[in-house]
Design a protein around this ligand. Structure first.
Ligand SMILES: [Zn+2]
Length: 201
């Protein structure tokens, strides 16, 4: 027996969802070409979270692929990528977009994933000492042969999704990226959905 729920993450916002261990968590790009910044935080010990740096170290990869186990800061698995219908580009190098980034482009008081993460975890009753770097789902920023980085339009189409297995009881946090001044989200910010299928009691 299972139970399932859906949370829509509105454009330029974020949500934190409690996810029981063993659940499948599917992130759906509802309208296409929309990046989602993803975090996973251990509910039993919120000082442990998905670390992109430690995941790169343990997996010896720049980017995840199906089967990848993301780890926390001590290399313990916390989340596993189990299915992906998108073209498979998911960044693990960039921080969340934040106010100084937009201000450097002359945009003040612009929505951003950094602040939307803080709002979402605050609503969940969490206080973290830092904003961890997220996994940037669907972000099209593979490095060039010379090591250069450029963010292109997300290649995901409407209905594409990526699915994870929760390896612990988690807070699963997702922001619909706020970038509308660069091709990242095809110049329009759209919603994402989080669909959680939890193992039943
Ligand atoms: Zn963003």
């Amino acid at each position: 027996m299972t139970s399932s729920s859906e949370t829509v993450v509105a454009p330029q916002s974020g949500r934190a969802v409690p996810v029981p261990r063993g659940s499948l968590v599917q992130v759906v790009d509802l309208e296409g070409h929309q990046v989602g910044d993803m975090w996973a935080i251990d509910r039993a010990d919120p000082s442990r979270w998905l670390s992109t740096a430690h995941t790169r170290d343990r997996t010896e990869r720049l980017f995840p692929k199906t089967g990848t186990a993301f780890t926390d800061q001590v290399g313990a698995p916390i989340l596993r990528l189990v299915a992906d219908t998108s073209p498979g580009m998911h960044d693990m190098l960039y921080p969340p977009c934040n106010s100084p980034l937009y201000e450097s482009a002359g945009l003040f008081d612009h929505p951003n994933c950094h602040d939307n993460f803080l709002t979402a975890v605050s609503e969940a009753g969490l206080t973290l000492p830092v904003v961890p770097d997220p996994v940037n789902l669907f972000q099209n920023s593979n490095p060039g042969p010379d090591g250069s980085l450029d963010v292109g339009v997300a290649a995901s189409e409407a209905g594409d999704s990526i699915t994870f297995e929760a390896l612990r009881d988690l807070w699963f946090v997702l922001t619909s990226c706020s970038v509308d001044n660069w091709p990242t989200n095809d110049h329009r910010c759209t919603p994402l959905a989080i669909r959680v299928t939890a193992p039943g009691a």
